[in-house]
Design a protein around this ligand. Structure first.
Ligand code: NAD
Length: 462
């Protein structure tokens, strides 16, 4: 797609107040592929005003009409699926097949799910002598990261529009072209002017201005825990609603009765997909000591098969960060059994699929989110120790449990301090609530729980 040189505000592309731009780079070959405006606080203010002006009419629109717009949005995303996949591949670096199935496919499913939910949701109910109305929270400031660039936008904008809220989006610096494509899709779907607005720009400038704008009623943020804490603090000081989807360091717990080969194969694939840039990736594999050596061998072989087919990481900065963690793992005494810190190619921000064995729970690589294709394998002696290790980080976003008996896996999963667990390789469900325990976040996205984030209640007594 061709980059727009404006911001999408009040239903039209208009010039930014300043002249600064953000260069977009293809991480596979380091070539510049376009530039977008770096919006400022003045642009954010114009967008918030447009969203505020559009709010009363959109909030009063019948849910069936909002559902129709979301269905139209889904249809545009379907019609432009190939273009979406190519754009995500160009600016994120994900292999094209993965961009088609996941980066384009999942947002289509999520937009479709909110078209249905908007039509079916009971926005009012009787409770004794009261009628309780679910009303839109108001103007939403959405701030998104680059790792699933379209999914993270749709997971906020679709429920917000379904609820009757209006939105200002500040997407990640590395992937603004996908966000511009989404704004085109919103326009084509016939969403009224001002209901959705896009301001591209830098996090500490446009992002911060949006998070702190007094005209924003709810800040919905996905990104790093460090930035999330600041946004949460600012929202708290302003008594403003906030939803935070932050980092993770999820555990893949393989209980002794499990199908070890399958659990290891799926576990390695989970960490390597999207070059490890998945907040919910199961980056810590927990294996019983009796099966440890066999699991390590299986994981090393599985990782070696990937080569550089996983695609690059998003930027030179991210590549340097991931290599730093790999060096730290070696320095702290973990055993490298696949990959390593050396770049596998001269051009592009590639990292070899990397696996560490003999990782202990207190090591940096077992505690901190690396956000690259790096798997750690830890040993446990009994279930209680496995649970202590699984729960032993500040995060609690996702996880997996494998066992011969589903009931055994479920019993273990219920004791994990985490928001989402896949049992024996359970499939992705776009209606299942997604979000974190502990420092992985506040609030939930997707399905009816995601819709609830954008609603507030009013009760009338009779
Ligand atoms: P980041 O926090 O640096 O950036 C995320 C967004 O916040 C970007 O749009 C950025 O421009 C903006 N931002 C940066 N500084 C800001 C500030 N001071 N005020 C307001 N906005 C600001 O994170 P990232 O590096 O882009 O993304 C990777 C992180 O996102 C990882 O830690 C990952 O775990 C997390 N993540 C979490 C989820 C989830 O659902 N829990 C999903 C995807 C990614």
């Amino acid at each position: 797609m061709k980059a727009h040189d404006g911001l999408y505000i009040d239903g039209a592309w208009r010039p930014a107040e300043g002249h600064d731009v953000i260069e977009v780079v293809n991480p596979a070959d380091e070539q510049a592929i376009g530039q977008v405006p770096a919006g400022t606080a003045a642009d954010v203010d114009a967008a918030v005003r447009a969203a505020r002006a559009a709010l009363p009419a959109w909030a009063a629109t019948a849910p069936a009409e909002r559902a129709a717009r979301l269905a139209a949005l889904r249809d545009v995303l379907v019609a432009r699926k190939d273009e979406i996949a190519e754009t995500v591949t160009a600016e994120l670096g994900a292999p094209l097949a993965f961009s088609q199935t996941v980066h384009a496919g999942v947002p289509i499913a999520v937009a479709g799910s909110y078209a249905e939910l908007a039509a079916a949701h009971a926005f009012e109910e009787k409770v004794g002598n009261s009628t309780v109305y679910q009303e839109p929270v108001g103007v939403v400031g959405a701030i998104t990261p680059w790792n699933y660039p379209l999914h993270q936008i749709v997971a906020k904008v679709a429920p917000a529009l379904a609820a009757g809220c209006t939105v200002v989006l500040k997407p990640a610096e590395n992937t603004p072209l996908t966000a511009q494509l989404f704004a085109e899709a919103i326009h084509e779907a016939g969403v009224p002017a001002g209901v959705f607005n896009l301001v591209t720009g830098l996090g500490p400038v446009a992002g911060q201005a949006l998070a702190e704008h007094p005209g924003v009623d709810l800040v919905s943020f996905t990104g790093s825990t460090a930035v999330g804490k600041r946004i949460g603090a600012a929202a708290g000081a302003a008594v403003k609603r906030v939803a935070l989807e932050l980092g993770g360091k999820s555990a893949n717990v393989i209980l002794p009765s499990a199908d070890l080969a399958k659990a290891v194969a799926v576990g390695v694939a989970n960490v390597m997909s999207n070059s490890g840039q998945t907040c919910s990736a199961w980056t810590r594999m927990l294996v019983h000591s009796d099966q440890y050596d066999e699991a390590v061998e299986l994981a090393a072989a599985a990782a070696a098969k990937y080569g550089d087919r996983i695609g690059p990481v998003v930027s030179a900065r991210q590549q340097a960060r991931v290599r730093g963690y790999i060096e730290k793992g070696v320095a702290e005494g973990a055993r490298l059994i696949a990959g390593g810190p050396e770049a596998p190619r001269e051009k592009g921000y590639f990292i070899s699929p990397t696996v560490f064995a003999d990782v202990t729970p207190e090591m940096t690589i077992a505690q901190e989110e690396i956000f690259g294709p790096v798997l750690t394998i830890l040993r446990y002696e009994d279930e209680e120790e496995a649970l202590r290790i699984a729960n032993g980080t500040v995060y609690g976003l996702a996880g997996a449990v494998w066992a011969a008996d589903e009931g055994e896996a479920v019993a273990f999963a219920r004791r994990m301090d985490t928001g989402q667990v896949d049992i024996n390789g359970g499939r992705f469900n776009p209606l299942a609530p997604f979000g974190g325990y502990k420092q992985s976040g506040v609030g939930r996205e997707l399905g009816a729980h995601g819709l609830a984030e954008y609603l507030q209640t009013k009760s009338l007594q009779f």
